[in-house]
Structures are given as C-alpha cells and as structure tokens.
Design a protein around this ligand. Structure first.
Ligand SMILES: Nc1ncnc2c1ncn2[C@@H]1O[C@H](COP(=O)(O)OP(=O)(O)OP(=O)(O)O)[C@@H](O)[C@H]1O
Ligand SMILES: [Mg+2]
Length: 253
C-alpha cells in the first residue's frame, strides 16, 4: 500500500461533536475523544446510546451537525462527496446490520473493498481465501450472501472490512451473532491487524471482549461520553503493546 506522507499520531479526533437525526433525535451531544495510532478502543453503552452513530460519523455514512471530526488527518465533516473514497481506503467498517449485497457471493462481497482500491485479481482472491479460512468460512466462498446465517453474514462483513488492510478498523457489534469460539477467531484477526499498526474501535455490548484486556473502554450514555474529555484522552492504554508507533501504514502480510 503506497503512502505519500507519514500519518499523524492522532488517528481519530472528535471535538464537541453533536448529531441530531431529523426531526429531533439527539443521538450525540458534545462528544470529544482522541484515539492514537495503534490503540484498540471499546465503545460501550446501552442500546440507543449512540455507538453506531459515532462509528457512522467516523466513516462519513452520516455527517455531524456540530463539531470537528478528524480521521487519519482528514477533516471528515468538510470532505467533499467526490473525495470520500480517500477516507474509505483508510477506514474499514464492519456494520451492525452487515450491509452485504444479498445476491452476490461471499467472495464478491469481500472483493468489493479491494476492487475500489484497484487491487489485482490474484491479490483479491488470495486475500479473500485467507480471510475466509481464518473465519471458518472457507466452504462459503461461492455462496450467495442471502443464503448465509446471520453469524456467517457477520463474519463476511468483518472480512470485507479487513480485506484492504485499513489503517482504521471500525467494528459495530462484531460478536453480536457469534458464539464464544467464533468470536475468538474474530478477535484474533483484530489483534493481529492491530499488531501490524492498525487503530481499532469496537462498539459492543459484549463485556467478554474487553473485560480481561488493558485496552481503553469508553461509555456513551444518552449520546454523551461518560468520561470527561480530558480523562478520555489521557486514560488510554498506550499504543506500546501494538509496537505500532512510527509505522505509517498497516503492514501487509
Ligand atoms: N437513521 C436514523 N434516523 C433517526 N434516528 C436514528 C437513526 N439511527 C439511529 N437513530 C436514533 O439515534 C439514537 C442512537 O442510535 P444508535 O444506533 O447510534 O445507538 P446504538 O448505541 O448503536 O444502539 P444499539 O446498541 O441498539 O445498536 C437512538 O435513539 C436511535 O433511535
Ligand atoms: Mg448500534
């Protein structure tokens, strides 16, 4: 992956961000948050607290109404529509509702994120098979997405998010439909991706994902971050265990 300029150490920066869904659903209020390169951050909070909304603002599925949203050095709120591909190449997102193309095969769904980055077909096939293998889905390569169980669809959505080695991975309830054993496969992939330098934010209700880790956990309550902004910024697990400092791009296998 070519990278012209060294990326800044701060990979996600939100300053006083608010989001209202029309007509008057206040989904996020004054959220400030800094995530550094190589961190894994767990985003928790009750149903409706605003977790998915926050991830959607980072990937510009939705636009903030107020505040600054900076992702990998890109001012996301000011990014013109025609430049969104620049952001999408840096950010991989596994959606809570998967967003797969139902009639296309598993392989086609995963290939999409690599095709938009002009990856060679031989690379795409190798990477797709590797991810499916790791996620225990090798036999589903040519299966249409609509014939998959929800847990299988979830893993395909995760594979698609990871396929192009994104610098930032956003995973929305990645274990929502998975048993503990399959969840472990997913978390292994995430940790491996993180060790290569990626920054990861995971929205989850699943305490087992973060309970035994030293990674930062932040909580949204009714659209507000529970921690004070200063604490949130200072409280982070150092990116040291990722050995990521200084890397400018996620290293490929
Ligand atoms: N497209 C939308 N239009 C209007 N309101 C929305 C929309 N998406 C989300 N909301 C509302 O915004 C608030 C935050 O929703 P969000 O999906 O971000 O919560 P969440 O923390 O991800 O919840 P869950 O744990 O159930 O996934 C909720 O009150 C929700 O009803
Ligand atoms: Mg959600």
């Amino acid at each position: 992956m070519s990278q012209e300029l060294p990326s800044p150490d701060v990979m996600i920066d939100l300053i006083k961000v608010s989001k209202v869904y029309p007509p008057d659903v206040q989904a996020l209020t004054d959220v400030s948050l800094t995530v550094r390169r190589g961190e894994i951050v767990f985003l928790t909070g009750m149903s409706g607290a605003g977790k998915s909304t926050l991830l959607r603002l980072l990937s510009r599925i939705e636009k903030a109404d107020k505040g600054l949203v900076e992702v990998a050095g890109i001012d996301v709120t000011k990014l013109p529509q025609r430049q969104i591909h620049v952001l999408r190449r840096k950010v991989g997102m596994a959606y809570q509702d998967f967003k797969l193309l139902p009639e296309r095969t598993v392989a086609d769904n995963i290939a999409i994120s690599m095709e938009v980055a002009y990856r060679a077909p031989v690379f795409i096939e190798k990477r797709t098979r590797e991810l499916l293998d790791r996620l225990d889905l090798a036999k589903k390569y040519a299966t249409p997405a609509e014939e998959l169980s929800r847990g299988e669809q979830q893993r395909v959505s995760i594979a698609r998010a990871l396929a192009n080695f994104p610098e930032i991975l956003l995973a929305d309830e990645p274990s929502g439909n998975l048993d503990p054993q399959t969840t472990a496969l997913v978390m292994d992939l995430f940790h491996e991706h993180n060790r290569k330098g990626a920054t990861i934010m995971i929205a989850t209700h699943d305490r087992s994902l973060y309970q035994a880790t030293s990674h930062r956990m932040i909580e949204l309550r009714f659209g507000r971050l529970r921690t004070e902004p200063a604490e949130a910024a200072d409280n982070g697990a150092p990116p040291g265990d990722t050995a990521a400092a200084g890397l400018t791009a996620v290293e490929e296998v």
